[in-house]
Design a protein around this ligand. Structure first.
Ligand code: SF4
Length: 251
């Protein structure tokens, strides 16, 4: 299990989002438990430890869900961060269980798309709130596009040089208003010193400041303009930039 927070500042900004979007959730203050601020819990349904494949048992999933119920968790539960979730696990049974037990949480699924097909689409529509698919080529992207996926969908292909080169998004899910942590957990600097909004669209010249114009990295990052962008993205506002309006990336 991993959590989204990288540092205290991230937690602070995310709390601003909590205040706006999650009424009733305990207010964050310094010293407040981090468990109150987590927005995504990623379950590694499998991993390869010492060359041996291990799988998360249903018993362990139940224990995690029970613990999340105890903190009234209402963020996302993501399946899965590293291992391919369809590999050896009944991912839809798990997703359904999480949905039934954590009524205010969302279920995200990240997969290579191999098993995203006609026979899986009903299960996807019923149990998954956001499906993210990393595809290997354009044909695969078109195949995913033509499936009747009615939940949130973000499918993309990328290459080593330019990152994400093509993607599709259907935004019928709830994720379009989810916060984005760009500029907090990662800052992208171009070869000429431009600070980019994020790595998703660095090829689209999304520069929002330049370290040579402002003379230092710190001055750009701590400028009111960038602080404002950070705050808006964390509040779930994706209207500031065209690239954000069509982006399905979440925290
Ligand atoms: S919403 Fe998407 S495009 Fe916009 S900053 Fe975040 S990751 Fe980048």
């Amino acid at each position: 299990m991993s959590v989204a927070y990288m540092n205290e500042e991230f937690a602070y900004y995310h709390n601003l989002w909590n205040e706006k979007k999650r009424e009733g959730k305990e207010k964050f203050s310094s010293g407040a438990p981090l468990s109150k601020c987590i927005s995504t819990v990623s379950l590694m349904l499998s991993d390869t430890f010492s060359g041996k494949k291990r799988y998360m048992s249903f018993e362990n999933i139940k224990k995690i869900v029970k613990d999340l119920q105890a903190i009234n968790y209402d963020g996302a539960v993501s399946l899965s961060l590293y291992g391919e979730p369809f590999d050896g696990s009944n991912v839809f049974e798990i997703a359904e269980y999480i949905k039934d037990e954590l009524l205010n949480a969302s279920v995200f699924l990240y997969t290579n798309g191999l098993y995203v097909n006609e026979s899986a689409k009903d299960n996807i529509n019923e149990t998954i709130d956001l499906l993210t698919v990393k595809v290997s080529d354009e044909r695969e992207l078109e195949r995913i596009r033509n499936l009747d996926i009615r939940t949130g969908l973000y499918a993309f292909m990328e290459n080593f040089d330019v990152g994400i080169i093509k993607y599709i998004q259907k935004d019928e899910g709830s994720f379009v208003s989810m916060p984005c942590s760009s500029l907090i957990d990662k800052v992208v600097v171009s070869p000429v010193g431009d600070i980019c909004l994020c790595d998703v669209h660095q090829e689209q010249n999304c520069n929002i400041g330049n370290i040579f114009e402002k003379m230092s990295f710190e001055k750009v990052i701590d400028s009111p303009k960038i602080r404002n962008i950070q705050g808006e993205l964390l509040s779930g506002n994706r209207e500031l930039f065209d690239v954000c309006k069509v982006c399905g990336r979440v925290l």
